[in-house]
Design a protein around this ligand. Structure first.
Ligand SMILES: O=C([C@H](O)CO)[C@H](O)[C@H](O)COP(=O)(O)O
Length: 215
């Protein structure tokens, strides 16, 4: 099995705290995600800062775009994003716009399937348009209501779409093996790292667990 990537969800609103957390966990993660609240608060300057600081890391900007796909995402790809997210519920025209912007910058597009009623259909149509990553995502509010991403991950992984699958939604040490075995290529972790007494130690543990599960 190819080594799954670990994506650190940077969900603080504070610019300096976000950069400091990225510095702490950098040795253990492959992708820095600038989370949705964080990118809304800090904007494109944070993309530029992390791009300059970490030229060799992948940088995902979690725009969760809902409209004006090409126009909105274009500025973030231009600033250095490798991946931007667009909501599956936005519809195919908006998804196509983000994919068009990504192509101009030789970058990639992730479809966030959060709250999509027919995830399989949305995933199939998005792949036809050229999306490279399907995001299985139980958001923070849905997690608080007791939901998990595992059933959706099994469904989308079972489709054999030939694109990478990302999973997010409360992933922690105890569930890493389950999501790797279910077929996730990108493991997104936020609170289990930034909420730990030592974020670096937590990220190191998750790195070990992901690599062991994939071995
Ligand atoms: O995408 C996220 C959320 O919608 C806020 O932007 C989180 O970054 C994602 O859920 C990962 O965080 P955890 O669920 O805390 O692991």
């Amino acid at each position: 099995m190819a080594r799954p990537l670990i994506q650190m969800a940077l969900d603080s609103l504070d610019f300096d705290q976000t950069v400091a957390l990225a510095d702490q966990v950098a040795p253990y993660v492959d992708i820095f995600e600038i989370g949705t609240p964080c990118i809304k608060y800090n904007g494109v300057n944070l993309v530029k800062e992390l791009r300059n600081r970490y030229p060799d890391k992948l940088l995902l900007v979690d725009l969760k775009t809902m409209d004006a796909g090409e126009y909105e995402a274009g500025a973030f790809y231009a600033a250095g994003a490798d991946i931007c997210t667009v909501l599956g519920v936005s519809g195919l025209a908006t998804i196509a716009g983000v994919i068009k912007a990504a192509k101009k910058h030789a970058a990639e597009t992730q479809i966030d399937l959060i709250n999509v009623a027919d995830k399989a259909e949305c995933a199939r149509e998005s792949v036809k348009l050229g999306a490279q990553i399907m995001g299985i995502h139980t958001g923070l509010d849905a997690q608080a209501a007791g939901q998990t991403p595992f059933a959706d991950l099994n469904e989308i992984a079972g489709l054999g779409l030939g694109v990478r699958i990302s999973v997010a939604g409360g992933i922690k040490q105890a569930t890493v093996q389950q999501v790797v075995e279910a077929g996730a290529n990108i493991i997104v972790v936020g609170a289990a790292i930034y909420g730990a007494p030592s974020p670096a130690e937590s990220a190191r543990e998750i790195r070990e667990l992901v690599d062991a599960a994939a071995a």
